[in-house]
Design a protein around this ligand. Structure first.
Ligand code: 5AD
Ligand code: SF4
Length: 482
């Protein structure tokens, strides 16, 4: 049947009653078994991760389910099932999705059996769904951020029905543990410790699409990491929109520092990282724990957003420039050599040159080791979208200046590593040179070094020969018997 002949309907697959997470997981696993035995199951898949680490972690869950039904990864154009795991933090990420759907349409016309699936943050926006229903009939299945664990059931429904299936929830019902997932690396893994965000920064759409903060039980987190370590994982990254407020809503509340303590005690684990922190919730207890716990890496991602007190207020960030600088000072004191990275937005509504210079001032004072920089993108439904916008040319000019200053500081910061021996977890063969491996130091600096592939997954000592703002080049300190 040609794609445009299909009669599209919408199915509401919401469960009629609230179920426990364990039962849900069992139901999904049974569904995976049924799909595995279907002759019309997808044999090949392609999953595009379009957003942050949380989005990437969700993709691992989707991939795990697809692998469990016996599908294997291929190029997008050849896949039986194509999944776009979308992001909506900035407008251009959304435009890319529409563009790619247009591109896929011709492939689907030639091969109507191809299934196109959309999920992730962008799907939680009503305006997006209206547009997809109206203009993108090539999409077979749409679901959101709260019901990702139901992917097996949704896939089964998609295989059973010619209709466009849309299943969107407005809130999380359960935190479902224990579904299959596929990790990119066997030796490092990301672990969700909480979902959602309560902060409502005025520019940000995340609280609207990922809902309120929900922490996982510490026992479940520890059990998951113990199992990961048994399977060969050396490094974990704990994920949450604001890990500093971890544990607040639990029946037996615990702090993030206390959770770190428990994770640090897991035998065999080597490195612990976490993102993201909110400066308004950074406690002295956490700073002290960073200094004390040997497996917690000397690296801290502390999103600044702006250095202007006026803009921080308009952003609803609940801290001042001086408070931020004081936190950085205390972190550097407690964790000597700590690497500090940040997020910065340029061109927030009403931003003046004077506001931007306050941001530059913080950048120069902190001397960040890295930064994710963004030009403000108005998001419908957020308070900042209806504030006075600034001319894009000005934002672009300031943005470039910020990049230049960050690069200059990064270059200077990295010079101190030249001639030093650093401990590197070797991750993969370097993209530009197959005789080299790439890996990360405890500070999360990227290192390329000449070494045999058998060292992938090992922590090795590397002597640094050369540095740039973004990476270092080195050689193994000790000879390796191949
Ligand atoms: N425009 C630009 N950047 C944004 N971020 C979040 N929302 C927006 C937006 N509307 C940035 C913030 C946040 C990071 C994940 O994305 O810096 O910390
Ligand atoms: Fe968005 Fe602010 Fe929550 Fe981060 S803390 S996800 S920027 S609302």
């Amino acid at each position: 049947m040609a794609n445009n002949d299909r009669t599209k309907g919408i199915k509401d697959l919401r469960p009629a009653y609230h179920q426990e997470g364990a039962e849900e997981a069992q139901r999904e696993r049974a569904c995976i078994e049924r799909i595995k035995n279907r002759p019309d199951r997808p044999r090949t898949y392609f999953v595009a991760t379009m957003g942050c680490q949380m989005n990437a972690r969700d993709s691992e869950k989707l991939t795990g389910i697809l692998e469990s039904i016996g599908a294997r990864p291929v190029a997008e154009e050849e896949a039986d099932i194509v999944i776009y795991n979308t992001c909506c933090v900035r407008e251009n990420a959304e435009q890319r999705v529409y563009g790619r759907l247009g591109y896929l349409k011709s492939f689907k016309q030639k091969r109507p059996g191809m299934k196109i699936v959309l999920c992730g943050c962008m799907m939680q926006e009503n305006t997006v769904i209206e547009k997809l229903k109206k203009s993108y009939p090539q999409v077979d299945l749409i679901f959101g951020t709260y019901n990702i664990y139901k992917f097996p059931e949704l896939m089964e429904a998609m295989l059973d029905s010619p209709d466009q299936i849309i299943d969107l929830w407005q809130e999380q019902k359960d935190i479902v543990e224990d579904l299959p997932s596929i990790r990119k690396y066997p030796f490092k893994a990301s672990v969700n410790i909480m979902y959602g965000c309560n902060n409502f920064c005025t520019y940000c759409i995340v609280p609207y699409v990922r809902g309120r903060e929900r922490s996982r039980e510490p026992e479940n987190i520890v059990a998951e990491i113990e199992a990961l370590v048994k399977s060969g994982v050396k490094e974990v990254q704990l994920l949450g929109q604001n890990v500093n407020s971890y544990g607040r809503g639990l029946d037996h509340p615990i702090t993030f520092a206390q959770l770190l303590e428990k994770v640090n005690a897991i035998e065999g684990l080597e490195r612990i990282r976490f993102i993201s922190s909110h400066p308004k919730d950074l406690s002295q207890e956490l700073i002290d724990a960073m200094g004390r716990l040997d497996k917690v890496c000397p690296q801290f991602h502390l999103p600044l957003q702006s250095g202007s007190d006026r803009l921080l207020r308009l952003m609803n960030r609940h801290y001042t420039k001086d408070q931020y600088l004081d936190e950085v000072r205390r972190l550097k004191e407690a964790v000597p050599g700590v690497s500090i990275t940040t997020d910065i937005i340029v061109g927030f509504p009403t931003e003046t040159r004077a506001d931007f210079e306050e941001t530059l001032d913080v950048v120069r004072k902190v001397r960040f080791d890295g930064a994710f920089t963004f030009i403000y993108s108005p998001r419908v439904g957020t308070p900042a979208a209806s504030m006075q916008q600034v001319p894009p040319e000005e934002s672009k000019k300031n943005f470039q200046e910020l990049l230049d200053v960050l690069e200059e500081i990064g270059t200077e910061n990295m010079k101190k590593w030249k001639g030093q021996t650093v401990s590197v977890l070797a991750e993969e063969v370097s993209k530009n040179d197959s005789r080299m491996l790439s890996g990360r130091t405890v500070e999360n600096h990227l290192v390329h070094f000449t070494a045999p592939q058998c060292l992938i997954g090992q922590t090795v000592d590397v002597v640094i020969d050369q540095t740039t703002a973004f990476y270092m080049i080195g050689h193994l300190r000790d000879e390796v018997a191949e």
